[in-house]
Design a protein around this ligand. Structure first.
Ligand code: XCC
Ligand code: SF4
Length: 652
């Protein structure tokens, strides 16, 4: 039998010195109380934030304060350091062009294109890792993974024109994997899933010349354009941003979602629990953080290994408790009901419970600060992606070929670390909140009796006024979870159904909105619908790549009514977004015809022309636009106004 791999410490073990902590620590109770209120509405997080302040454990909020005030040129998007003729800043009235001659519009739009390309690349590369795993399964190069949803595999093969009659799932997996991997390049020059969109929406893309040609190709095209001396017209640059984002939403992310369903199972409705109190005092606690289920699914299996559970008991624990964090947590919650410890701004606090033996990370949204705070406890940070090595972490070179063995080695490390826990320092505040999850489109259809028709009828009858996708992150610019929870509550009050992904959905979960009982907070009509279907008014549709599920939902509604997506009474919102990935998501929502309200201003205010293009001009191109509104109550007004206008235009 092959031997379990051993970790390599990345660089050296980090240690936060006592002096640093003494300098950071706060003693003034009034100041602590004030900061707690300003920082979060997550009640379970508050005692831990308080602890970090008192003990001088630096967190994201402290670093945010230390970064104030921000550089106003970077904030406005008018600084450029792309080449060494610069760096340049636009400072009117005299310094209005960079050394190369780029003006504010060009610098802002180039920076934004860079942001979109980064986000699209992150999502699509994650998608590629999943598709590659499918291909490896199909070609027999890994035995650790299998096909969990052969029916969906067949369905997708048919969509791709792959003959399925009498062909076994392995061969189909290999063929589908290969066909999808081809779409990353440019031989085919189009993406299969674009055909899922309503005809009218596809026509808009064609007319505007923004139909993506290949996933990698669009990212590379963006990178080419932002090289000095290439793109100089801000409109043309931003159109490429839309095309690249479409290659994410209808390409890399959609493949990520659908192939994850094939490999790990299509989610169906289930119940679980959420918040920091899902950690268990008497068990080995392991958190998985990041995005890729190829890793976390193996960790789930390893945590069930009888030998490792036995070892945990030998070490004095009652068992092994696996919890999720951020999007990989959403993947496990949706498919396996694994409890969720929190969202983006909870990541350092999970460690501050003092009860976490290991945090296993892959990539994206992982604070480089984690090993620092972990060094104040016994917690081990375990990194697993060669793309995301983190100083102070233990690195395992995880790949689908060695998946299970590596996962076992990691879990073993965590189990053996239990004895190093200091019980005196354990603080697990409060109790978990129950929730309902697993609302894939297949599951929603199932709950509706097999098709979206009843949903369409309810929307047509005005019982549900419309649907809003609330997505995205946390951001210390916004009181943690306040934007998400307030917006969702305001919308359901107005009989608008919310579908959520990523950290937005986790915020709703912690606030109790992912429970059927939350129907009591909804308007009368939506409440009646939720009560009769026994569903929450806010539906958890998965991780951030699963925003593609929201696109598919919109597409199916549009196809059923024979209208393009922009005619539907739907909208998008990202109340607390921070990430480049969120910009790509926002861009593909808008490019697909979905009006989208952001709670945080992107770095574009230095170019009134770019602001006006994104908030107004795009309506003439893709029939949708962005709005920015930090106040979630006002955002709800904007959204419900939009939904009512769309209803009137549809004549319903
Ligand atoms: Fe990251 Fe995906 Fe944002 Fe959360 S919502 S902070 S991107 S974990 Ni995706
Ligand atoms: Fe300055 Fe132009 Fe170089 Fe940017 S690309 S740093 S604006 S010279």
């Amino acid at each position: 039998m092959a031997e379990e791999p051993k970790p390599v410490l990345v660089r050296e073990r980090l240690d936060v010195c006592e002096l640093d902590r003494a300098r950071m620590s706060l003693l003034n109770p009034a100041l602590i109380a004030q900061k707690l209120e300003d920082r979060t509405i997550d009640e379970n997080a508050k005692p831990l934030i308080e602890l970090t302040m008192k003990e001088g454990l630096e967190t994201v909020w402290d670093r945010f304060e230390m970064q104030q005030p921000p550089c106003k040129y970077c904030e406005a998007g008018t600084s450029c350091a792309r080449c060494t003729m610069g760096p340049c800043r636009i400072i009117p009235p005299h310094r209005i062009r960079g050394v190369c001659g780029a003006d504010a519009d060009l610098i802002v739009s180039r920076n934004l294109l860079d942001t979109i390309a980064t986000g699209a690349a992150a999502h699509s590369d994650h998608g590629r890792d999943i598709v590659e795993t499918l291909y490896l399964v199909g070609s027999g190069k890994t035995k650790d993974y299998g096909i969990a949803d052969p029916e969906k595999l067949r369905r997708l093969c048919e969509e791709y024109g792959i003959a399925t009659g009498n062909v076994g799932p392995e061969k189909l997996a290999a063929e589908l994997g290969r066909a999808m991997l081809e779409e990353y390049g440019m031989v085919k020059n189009t993406l299969q899933f674009l055909n899922r969109a309503p005809k009218g929406t596809q026509e808009t893309w064609t007319k505007l010349g923004i139909s993506p040609r290949g996933i990698d190709r669009e990212v590379v095209d963006c990178m080419h354009r932002i090289q000095m001396g290439v793109g100089a017209d801000y409109v043309n640059i931003l159109l490429q941003g839309l095309r690249c984002s479409l290659s994410d939403g209808w390409g890399g992310s959609m493949m990520g979602t659908d192939v994850s369903d094939i490999l790990f199972g299509t989610p169906s409705v289930l119940t679980s629990k959420v918040n920091l109190a899902v950690l268990q005092e008497d068990q080995v606690n392991i958190a998985v953080h990041g995005h890729n289920p190829v890793l976390s699914e193996m960790v789930v299996n390893a945590c069930r290994d009888p030998g490792l559970i036995e070892l945990a008991k030998k070490n004095g624990a009652k068992g092994i408790n696996l919890v999720g964090l951020c999007c990989t947590g959403s993947e496990l919650l949706m498919r396996k009901g694994v409890p969720m410890s929190g969202n983006h701004l909870n990541q350092e606090l999970v460690i501050a419970t003092g009860a976490l033996e290991a945090m296993i990370v892959d990539y994206q949204c992982i604070f480089p600060s984690l090993p620092r705070i972990a060094s104040c406890y016994h917690t081990q940070i375990i990194s697993t992606s060669s793309k995301a090595k983190i100083p102070g972490s233990f690195f395992f070179d995880f790949s689908p070929g060695n998946g299970y063995l590596t996962a076992k080695a990691i879990v073993r490390m965590a189990v053996e670390n239990f004895k190093n826990r200091n019980p005196q320092r354990v603080l697990i505040p409060g109790v978990p909140v129950p929730l309902m999850s697993g609302f894939s489109n297949e599951a929603i259809k199932g709950a509706l009796g097999g098709s979206f028709k009843p949903l369409i009828d309810l929307i047509a009858a005005g019982k549900i006024r419309g649907a809003v996708g609330i997505v995205g992150c946390n951001n210390p610019h916004i009181r943690h979870d306040y934007g998400h929870v307030t917006l969702a509550k305001e919308l359901i009050k107005r009989n608008i159904l919310c579908v959520e992904t990523g950290c937005a959905a986790i915020a709703s979960g912690k606030a109790g909105l992912l429970l059927p009982e939350a129907a009591s907070l909804a308007g009368d009509d939506l409440r009646a619908v939720c009560e009769s279907l026994k569903i929450p008014p806010v539906l958890h549709m998965g991780s951030c790549v699963d925003n593609s599920r929201i696109l598919v939902l919109a597409a199916e509604l549009g196809n059923a009514l024979n209208v393009p997506i922009h005619k539907l009474p739907v909208a998008g919102a990202a109340p607390e977004w921070y990430s480049q990935k969120a910009v790509s998501i926002g861009a593909y929502f808008v490019a697909s015809g979905v009006y989208t309200v952001l709670g945080v201003m992107p770095h574009i205010t230095g170019s009134p022309a770019v602001v006006s293009l994104l908030t107004e001009g795009l309506k003439g191109a893709v029939n949708a636009s962005f709005a920015v509104e930090p106040d979630p109550v006002k955002a709800a007004d904007l959204i419900s106004g939009h939904i009512e206008r769309k209803r009137t235009e549809l004549g319903i």
